[in-house]
Design a protein around this ligand. Structure first.
Ligand code: GLU
Length: 442
């Protein structure tokens, strides 16, 4: 296996996040490969690490002053054994092929764990929406979709949002798709507006799902979220709805953050104020402390993981919680850490937390609620239905309980009780591998 990963690094140079994400999965597969020689013989690990298709394209657009910009667009269609490629689009200056491949690779297993029929893909651009006007964002989205549209289809590839892509961007992209194709095809994107094919609870789903997954992990240990001190990083869509659900379950959420620093609010985060600043004004969290009063402090720079907590929910971005941060959390007595973002804990952090016996929810399992609710949106679209919030949220809760049970039972079956990393990787892998075995050499 290590010689294969060596070869993978050689063939995919300059993509450290992709190397990290693949190694983390490969390291846990030994027991399933030993138990199932037909999987090794069919070279399924090697096949799954190679994307089915990778698309890169030019995205030219003009800013409000008339200046021309050229960004790069990506869509990596990684695996469609279980269903159409499914996964978000990320607009952030850090986006490159390696980042999109790491996200697409994770998405394969995450989507498999939901138990629904969705394959894995991811895309995006190195476009930076920060500080851009609505008109600039619209022109960018239209240019991006002008190329991407030819690759989409409800049975082929169905993107959604991720960092930098929310309801506004999905709207602009859907409008351009419709205009180019002259077809009102709800099923080509998820995360749509509620009046035109979107699903209730999709906006909330990733954060809500991670909190539900955390509650299931705590329940295994005879605890719940009521009265727990919780720290959350980030202040985007995932962080906001993580805070909302954690508060609803009785937790005291102390923190949020952005790339400039973090907020500690001893009275608990005022979610209405945070939503106003982030969702309406699209501002910075430093403003939160200015407007909240004495209970809140803004700490520029620094690490949000320095704040002692019972439960830590990293909800910002990859590799935001390193080995030192994990040790700090363990010293402060953290009981559970669960990944709302994709791969926020570094490999060293994961080792520290697992060795300390902390309940650790890997993103593939813990943050799968977003994409699962996207699949519910696809189901509503194909039946021309529109479910109530209660129904969509109820199905989400059921799916999260199912993912937790699958990971828990799989870890036990493979001799690693309580290890959700092993459980998630093996259960996700086996479902995809079995589908590929049955479908021939693909
Ligand atoms: N970007 C989200 C994720 O990381 C959601 C993808 C989707 O809904 O297709 O899973």
């Amino acid at each position: 296996m290590s010689s294969f990963h060596h070869e993978l690094i050689r063939r995919n140079p300059g993509e450290p996040e992709f190397h990290q994400a693949t190694l983390e999965v490969l390291e846990t597969l030994a027991p399933v490969l030993a138990a199932r020689p037909e999987i090794a013989a069919a070279k399924l690990v090697e096949r799954i690490c190679e994307p089915e298709r990778q698309i890169m394209f030019r995205v030219p657009w003009q800013d409000d002053a008339g200046e021309i910009h050229i960004n790069r667009g990506f869509r990596v269609e990684f695996n469609s054994a279980l269903g159409p490629y499914k996964g978000g689009l990320r607009f952030h200056p850090s986006v490159n092929l390696g980042i999109v491949k790491f996200l697409g690779f994770e998405q394969i297993f995450k989507n498999a764990l939901t138990g629904l029929n969705i394959g894995g893909g991811k895309g995006g651009s190195d476009f930076d929406p920060h500080g851009r006007s609505d008109a600039e964002v619209m022109r960018f989205c239209q240019s991006f979709m002008t190329e991407l549209h030819r690759h989409l289809g409800e049975h082929t590839d169905v993107p959604a949002g991720d960092i930098g892509v929310g309801g506004r961007e999905i709207g602009f992209m859907f409008g351009q798709y419709r205009r180019i194709t002259n077809r009102w095809e709800a099923g080509i994107l998820t995360g749509k507006g509620l009046q035109w094919g979107g699903s209730h609870a999709r906006t909330e789903a990733t954060g809500y799902g991670n909190v539900l997954f955390t509650a299931e992990m705590l329940k295994q240990r005879g605890e719940d979220l009521d009265g727990q001190q919780v720290t959350v990083s980030g202040s985007g869509n995932v962080a906001i709805y993580t805070i909302e659900k954690a508060q609803a379950l009785g937790a005291n959420v102390l923190t949020c953050s952005d790339s400039g620093g973090y907020i500690v609010d001893e009275k608990g985060i005022d979610l209405a104020l945070l939503k106003e600043i982030k969702e309406v004004e699209r501002g910075r969290i430093s403003e939160y402390a200015e407007r909240r009063g004495a209970s809140a402090t803004y700490v520029p720079g620094g690490s949000v993981w320095d704040v002692p907590a019972d439960v830590a929910l990293p909800s910002a971005t990859q590799n935001e919680l390193d080995g030192d941060a994990a040790r700090t959390l363990v010293r402060a007595g953290v009981k559970a850490v669960s990944e709302g973002a994709n791969m926020p804990a570094t490999p060293e952090a994961v080792t520290v937390l697992r060795e300390a016996g902390v309940a650790f929810g890997p993103g593939k399992a813990a943050n799968a609620g977003g994409v699962a609710t996207s699949a519910l949106e696809m189901r509503q679209n194909s039946g021309r239905e529109s479910w109530t919030f209660e129904r969509a949220e109820g199905e989400l809760a059921e799916i999260m309980r199912g993912i937790h049970a699958t990971c828990f039972e799989t870890a036990e079956r493979y001799g690693a009780p309580g290890d959700y990393v092993v459980g998630a990787n093996i259960a996700g892998f086996e479902r995809v591998a079995d589908a590929m075995l049955e479908q021939g050499l693909i």
